[in-house]
Write a protein that binds this ligand. Sequence first.
Ligand code: HXC
Ligand code: NAP
Length: 293
Amino acid sequence: MSTAHPYAQPMLRDNALQGKTIVVTGGGTGLGRAMTTYFLQLGANVVISSRKLEVLEKTATELREQTGNANVLAVQCDVRKYDEVEALLEKTISTYGGVDVLLNNAAGNFISPTERLSHKAFDVIVDIVLKGSYNCTLAFGKRWIADKKPGTILNIVTTYASVGSAFVVPSAAAKAGVLAMTRSLAVEWAKYGIRSNAIAPGPFPTEGAWSRLFPEPLASQLDPAANVPLKRVGSHQELANLAAYMVSDFSAYMNGEVVTLDGGEWLNGAGEFNKLELLTSEMWDQIEKTMRR
Ligand code: HXC
Ligand code: NAP
């Protein structure tokens, strides 16, 4: 029995992903790296891809050492370019003999008032997030269908994909598109044995997200855990546990689902009277007295 904190403990049984080949876009850093680590520990072959090959190769070397699983391959691929996505697919199949899972995790984001954005700034986010996800989905899906092979797609979205969010409008619009694609293809491609699901994470500290969403002086004034009813941010292993389940055959009946993992954060922002949490017991006494009068 591990003595690690419960949030940091692996969940699935050993070898739960043995023999599966998984492609993780943006797998060299942050949450992509965390999910890749756990997939390797569970016996999968994992192809990690993004724009920066040096970052991917360093991660691959470190994860071989850390997990004892040598089956991790670094492949450079800008998801905005369809020919590079096709090359990623070919490299994966030629190396591991097939591919079972596509994890659309690559993203770009930054905070800004929308009127300050150039049209290129809007493009860059939508291109990475939405176009990148549909490029990969289309290439992998076409291959699975042509080869009559089942497949699993897992898309990493955000909680604001459903409700929108000020100051990250390109990301919100693009993630909403990815969520719509998830639900649409869950129905359309089920007949081919292809499942589509999504995870909507709340705040999980990573260098990539924190440097672009909570830069100074914001970081010292805004606590990302403050709006979370559980009063903490997520741990990477918690996300990896959910992702491993959703790409495994244990979740074979889950299709078209978006699983929120945010400690209740988005609902806290949504409920009309949730702010009453700030009231003290004495204030409630006073209010009750006034109301009953
Ligand atoms: C306004 C900006 C900007 C900023 C870039 N631009 N940063 N505009 N504010 N902070 C503009 C540039 O001026 C340019 O427009 C256009 O965007 C393209 O910028 P480039 O730097 O040339 O793009 P590129 O080198 O491709 O880099 C892409 C990037 C970068 C998205 C800008 O941040 C990146 O590589 N991000 C990848 C990782 C990442 O973002 N991770 C966080 C994911 S977190 P002009 O008109 O000047 O040419 C997430 C959800 C988290 O998604 C939710 C947390 C709760
Ligand atoms: P991250 O470390 O910055 O991850 C983003 C990854 O995307 C990087 O590895 C980056 O690698 C890759 N990438 C960017 N542009 C690309 C492109 N054009 N082609 C291929 N790869 C590209 O940030 P993260 O926090 O782990 O985010 C991972 C996912 O979780 C994202 O989908 C994000 O929206 C989602 N998410 C995160 C949080 C959070 O709190 N961290 C919350 C909600 C959702 P290169 O720079 O090498 O290309």
